[in-house]
Design a protein around this ligand. Structure first.
Ligand SMILES: Nc1ncnc2c1ncn2[C@@H]1O[C@H](COP(=O)(O)OP(=O)(O)O)[C@@H](O)[C@H]1O
Ligand SMILES: [Mg+2]
Length: 356
């Protein structure tokens, strides 16, 4: 028998006036997983999270937590805690009193509160700041307080709505790693909302990619990045060199360009309009193997970014591909192209996605 999922959304919709914020979403989230809801602004992530937490009622469908239908239960009757985008800390209370707040309210004994708050502040590395007020802390530290305050209640599921969005890039990267470590340590199911693909890829066990209120694809980071099943997911998950054309006989004729050899594709009929996608890091510029599709184009731009260099290669008028090369210790920098050269490039057939 399969384990009971920590969270199940069963045909859940939320309608506001005459439009759907969330439309017929079904998904299972395994206990102990770091699960991300990923998608552009307005796609229904927050509304989905609020329905799991009980802050918004679905207009259709059921919310099931650990096998129990909680659709009709208020937030405080669900074994769930939320970390909101705004930290919502109490400024008149010390850090430790902020973290202790929920436990005091539910009548936990003083000695146990002291012990659990101490453990939590330790976990989020704030043990030296217990007596300080929130306003004297940095953004990253306040986010840790909010996290400790939610985790100290030992919920089965923690909901996090873009908790790192207000932090600058370097701190955000550091907190991503820390948050993932904390999740592993406490073993609590995290449902994490973000619009940042890199963040979702870095942190998640599984990702649901949302678009206009629906789930486009749900899978591991590798699934959604390497094997997107729709044009939307391919485009949303990083740079994907999307080209459109007509499939026939193992080749895609681009609108005003050459035919791209893509190999025979099961399930795609001759004459079908398709999108072709090859990730920039999957394109080779030398040492081609047998069986590769090799084409030629003109270097239009060279963008050096430290560890990588990106070449923009014009394949045909209006069709430009982005190609990413690692600048490793073995790369010869003097061999980099400056622009205007005609070069050959290629890819393995399995790295060329054909989406109908
Ligand atoms: N209380 C509300 N009343 C009306 N429309 C809403 C309300 N909350 C959200 N929406 C709409 O629902 C859609 C999804 O919103 P939201 O879940 O906040 O998206 P996200 O968190 O992905 O940015 C948006 O179009 C938003 O305008
Ligand atoms: Mg939101």
């Amino acid at each position: 028998m399969d384990a009971i999922p920590a969270v199940r959304l069963d045909g859940v919709s939320k309608q506001f006036a005459d439009s759907y914020a969330v439309h017929d979403v079904s998904l299972d989230i395994d206990a102990g997983h770091f699960f991300s809801l990923l998608g552009p602004s307005g796609c229904g992530k927050t509304t989905s999270l609020r329905m799991i937490g009980g802050f918004t009622d679905p207009t259709e469908g059921a919310v099931v937590l650990a096998g129990e239908d909680v659709t009709a239960l208020p937030p405080n009757k669900r074994n769930v805690n939320t970390v909101f985008q705004s930290y919502a800390l109490f400024d008149h209370l010390s850090i430790e009193d902020n973290v202790a707040f929920g436990l005091k309210r539910s009548g936990v004994a003083k000695a146990e509160i002291r012990q659990r708050v101490g453990e939590m502040l330790d976990l989020v590395q704030l043990d030296g700041l217990a007596r300080r007020r929130p306003r004297t802390l940095s953004g990253g530290q306040r986010q840790r307080v909010a996290l400790a305050r939610a985790l100290v209640n030992r919920p089965a599921v923690l909901l996090l709505d873009e908790p790192l969005a207000a932090l600058d890039l370097k701190l955000r990267r550091q907190m991503q790693v820390e948050l993932k470590q904390i999740q592993r340590e406490v073993g609590i199911t995290f449902v994490f909302v973000t619009h940042d693909q890199d963040e979702a890829l870095t942190m998640s066990d599984r990702i649901a990619v949302m678009n206009e209120g629906r789930i486009e694809q749900c899978g591991t980071p590798e699934d959604v990045y390497e094997h997107p099943t729709s044009r939307f997911v391919a485009a949303f998950m990083g740079t994907s060199n999307l080209m459109t054309g007509t499939y026939r006989n193992g080749e895609v004729a681009l609108a005003d360009g050459p035919g791209l050899p893509v190999g025979r594709r099961a399930g795609i009929a001759d004459g079908a309009a398709v999108s072709v996608s090859v990730r920039p890091e999957k394109i080779w510029l030398s040492d081609f193997e047998a069986g590769m599709s090799v084409l030629s184009g003109v270097i239009r731009e060279t963008v050096y970014s430290g560890p990588t260099t990106t070449y923009l290669i014009e394949l045909a008028p209006g069709v430009t591909l982005s190609v990413l090369e690692q600048n490793t210790a073995r790369s010869r920098m003097e061999d980099r192209w400056s622009g205007g050269e005609t070069v050959e490039f290629g890819w393995r057939p399995e790295h060329c996605l054909v989406l109908s």
